[in-house]
Design a protein around this ligand. Structure first.
Ligand code: KIV
Length: 271
């Protein structure tokens, strides 16, 4: 038996059971080394389709493919032993029909080892969530700002203000009733997130949704200050890795330009 096999990873059921007991710590990861760091603290590691923007320089998540998710999912699985491993379903892989969603969710789980999938959408996705959960696929839902719908939402704006409040509330209720084990609330007003959290039996995981959610998720490169092309207002930076990396690269470049090559002398000796 390997060392890893002795460690029991958290399940979607364990995450569900944390509601009302302890705040749920969630972070994204896209690579093995970062997954190893995150796995020490996180209850849930998400292989987010934000990988397209964060690691591949895309303008949105719409260009992310199944193959990209599988490759990054496999990398993250190699670095995850404790946390519940959840993988995003990319745009176009689940919206057509429950059957399409099942086929692609099963492939993502089979080929990566993730124990659950996340998909975006509320009322319109409820039937699909019911279909998947009835067929042994745990689903984390995602309502409020759903970045894959950027072209119909018209921007990365707060959702659920004013008359739109009822829509987001109905979305959250629909995914919970359909069997999701948890729901991400992205960019919804704090009061609405609190109301949803109080009214659902499943945990809410907020991102830009105030402090009353049952847990919090952040894009790891955002909170580490590694992805600093732009900073969403709700992101707190806990480190400045891009700034540190720029300084380190500049120091290296300066040494090389001065022929102070960073290697022990004997490596270059002819003896
Ligand atoms: O893709 C992602 O990283 C996400 C989180 C921000 C919730 O969906």
């Amino acid at each position: 038996m390997s060392v890893n096999a002795a460690i029991k990873a958290k399940t979607p059921g364990d995450i569900g059971a944390m509601k009302g007991a302890a705040p749920i710590v969630c972070l994204t990861a896209y690579t093995t080394p970062v997954a190893r760091l995150v796995d020490v603290e996180a209850d849930l590691v998400l292989v987010g389709d934000s990988v397209g923007m964060v690691l591949h320089g895309m303008d949105s998540t719409l260009g992310v493919t199944m193959e990209m998710m599988i490759l990054h999912g496999q990398a993250v699985a190699r670095g995850t032993t404790r946390a519940c491993l959840v993988i995003d379903m990319p745009f176009g892989s689940y919206e057509e029909s429950p059957e399409q969603a099942f086929r692609n969710a099963a492939r993502l789980m089979r080929e990566t080892g993730a124990v659950a999938v996340k998909l975006e959408g509320g009322v319109t996705m409820a039937e699909t969530i019911r279909f998947l959960t009835a067929r042994s696929i745990p689903v984390m839902a995602h309502v409020g700002l759903t970045p894959q719908a950027i072209n119909t939402l018209g921007g990365y704006k707060v959702q659920g203000r004013g008359a739109d409040r009822a829509r987001v509330l109905a979305d959250a209720r629909a995914v919970a009733e359909a069997g999701a084990f948890s729901v991400v609330l992205e960019k919804v007003p704090a009061g609405l997130a609190a109301e949803i959290t109080a009214s659902l039996a499943i945990p809410t995981v907020g991102i830009g949704a105030g402090v009353e959610c049952d847990g919090q998720v952040l894009v790891v490169d955002d909170m580490l200050g590694l992805f600093d092309a732009f900073k969403p207002k709700f992101v707190k930076r806990y480190a400045s890795l891009a700034t540190d990396a720029r300084a380190a690269i500049a120091a290296y470049a300066a040494e090389v330009r001065e022929r102070r090559f960073p290697a022990p002398e004997h490596i270059f000796s002819d003896e």
